[in-house]
Design a binder for this molecule. Sequence first.
Ligand code: SAM
Ligand code: CA
Length: 261
Amino acid sequence: MATIGETKTDSTNVETKTESTNGEQVSRHQEVGHKSLLQSDALYQYILETSVYPREPEPMKELREVTAKHPWNIMTTSADEGQFINMLLKLVNAKNTMEIGVFTGYSLLATALALPDDGKILAMDINRENYEVGLPIIEKAGVAHKIDFKEGPALPVLDQMIADGKYHGTFDFIFVDADKDNYINYHKRLIDLVKIGGLIGYDNTLWNGSVVAPADAPMRKYVRYYRDFVLELNKALAADPRIEICMLPVGDGITLCRRIN
Ligand code: SAM
Ligand code: CA
């Protein structure tokens, strides 16, 4: 039986046979950023090759390729999810946004490219070094002026913004892609900072598919550790009357929350 969370970290694109969690033989291609929960790798590859890669902006392609060489490349947002975020932000005419969890900046760049020239992204990460891997590409793309990067844990920044009082209901879109054990804590604060009618996107809400795995299924340690937090978040979001939700099987699962009051 395969271990949940076992993901390839090399930059090759080789078809291999591995076992799925239910023991069935499935084919899984090996590609950095492969986060799809689709059970058919051929179908995922089709999506990438037909719809995503041919339309991927050059800077995003460059950043994806640079990130593929990073030892923690598994953390990156996948190209299909980047395309989704970019389209979504244009559809809702987002201007003032926030991102928690930047890494090398793939979703950040997808966001920055979607916003108008005077759009803003408050971007937070505890690690500036990884952000600086992508920064030259973001600068070359001419969108760095939209980004206000803050190094450090996001929670105290959110608390400060709430205490300030002037940020209530000001964000059109907030993408949360950081420490899963804090998502509930982020939600308590973000619901106040997002506009009524605005969106919060919580990433990885299907958590490697582990949300439906039996408790005794083999799982990578980090998958097992965060699983209960993700399960708890999913329940809490479904029960929250202040939002409408839509959980999409894009990437590793993204739950969109639209604030309604
Ligand atoms: N969105 C990124 C992308 O497109 O590549 C991927 C983000 S990665 C999955 C998670 C990031 O969250 C890491 O870069 C990590 O340093 C950051 N992180 C972890 N805990 C954090 C915290 N308390 N506050 C802010 N960022 C945090
Ligand atoms: Ca993610």
